[in-house]
Design a protein around this ligand. Sequence first.
Ligand SMILES: Nc1ncnc2c1ncn2[C@@H]1O[C@H](COP(=O)(O)OP(=O)(O)OP(=O)(O)O)[C@@H](O)[C@H]1O
Ligand SMILES: O=P(O)(O)O[C@H]1[C@H](OP(=O)(O)O)[C@@H](OP(=O)(O)O)[C@@H](O)[C@@H](O)[C@@H]1OP(=O)(O)O
Ligand SMILES: [Mg+2]
Ligand SMILES: [Mg+2]
Length: 380
Amino acid sequence: MKRVGYWMSEKKRKKLNFEEHRELFRNAGVELVQIDLNVSMEDQGPFDLLVHKVAEILAKANNGNESAQLAIQNLETYIERHPECVVLDPLDSIRTVLDRYTQYQKVLHSEVMKDRRCMIPTFVELNTTNIDENKEKLAKAGVTFPLVCKPLLAHGSTLAHQMSIIFNEESLKDISPPCVAQSFINHNAILYKIMVVGCKQFIIQRPSLKNLYPGAHATVFFDTQEVSKADSDHPLNAVDYATLEDQPTKPDWAYLDKLGQKLRSAMQLDLFGFDVIIDSETNQYGIIDINVFPGFEAIDSFFSILCEHIVRVIDAQEKGELVNGRLMPSAQDIGGSMNILNQLNQKANVSHDDCLLNNFALNAPKSKTINNNQQPSKMS
Ligand SMILES: Nc1ncnc2c1ncn2[C@@H]1O[C@H](COP(=O)(O)OP(=O)(O)OP(=O)(O)O)[C@@H](O)[C@H]1O
Ligand SMILES: O=P(O)(O)O[C@H]1[C@H](OP(=O)(O)O)[C@@H](OP(=O)(O)O)[C@@H](O)[C@@H](O)[C@@H]1OP(=O)(O)O
Ligand SMILES: [Mg+2]
Ligand SMILES: [Mg+2]
């Protein structure tokens, strides 16, 4: 029996029904052990692998919270002393993603960006409320109006998801540092969430902010948890798809699949999600957000996939086959392992069945048909 330690907040555990899946893991030869970060990890081990979402504790530790610092120290000491124990995911990778600026910088300087089809909307870090200073920084970086003002902290607090859209220079008084200011890219109100579980990926289509233009409009403040959930019906999303001049661009699923795997190795993450919007003018794929251990419960068979991944990783570790601590995709993983889950707001009368056929299924080798539990269906 392999021992896998896990830690995530109670809220997250409950949402995922983590405990209910012990049996599934046991049947695969894995004992799941819930970790108490306030008790010596050494006393709770040994562990073959650790799986966690400690973003919230890391954020608190960075903020000077002592008990959070001790918890992280406990975890890090164990990891340092046990290089044979695989960690999903490494704390340094999580730290990079925790800060939106370092997150974007890392992607920007990675292999992912060698490809002109994708981009990160222009951004700059702002640390002051001084309007002139901010004006200068925005101009120098080339950030355009409207812009999205995003808290620097990306995870682990409700504050991380409070944003604003600023439409003009006069409204720069609304900048709330520390933040990143990022050019708003029109994308016809559709967002793709790509969820990555090791070598497998799932694409979820979600509602998003409608097209916006610079002008005399007052700043709009919003909570991101209210705009891009499956059932979001925020005024900022209000788009009449039937009359939209510019119909949403159909994504190239195979390209998104490749992007996910490239990002996985660039960010050194196995359990993450990222948000992509398609620029309605240039058709470029804009990466706007990376999330560690996101809402995987959206994937029906998440636990079977996680379990399979964990078993493969432990096996590869024992055989010395991990590359930079990561499992390399096998032939079955490449391309064919996606689920396309249509979760777009019902208002969107857009069918993606045809592009599934054109872009994905026809190109996929026969043995790798789309492994859909939920067949993509027409949205009504
Ligand atoms: N540069 C951009 N251009 C256009 N729309 C954007 C841009 N950045 C963000 N958005 C919109 O704002 C929403 C929230 O942004 P973002 O994903 O960065 O926030 P978040 O709080 O990290 O979200 P999540 O809940 O996915 O972690 C997106 O879902 C999208 O609708
Ligand atoms: O709760 P949800 O299912 O919405 O999951 C969200 C998750 O919250 P959780 O960790 O409490 O589950 C968030 O984590 P924190 O930033 O708050 O750490 C963040 O990762 C969001 O991007 C996820 O939204 P998604 O990207 O999946 O839509
Ligand atoms: Mg997001
Ligand atoms: Mg996010």
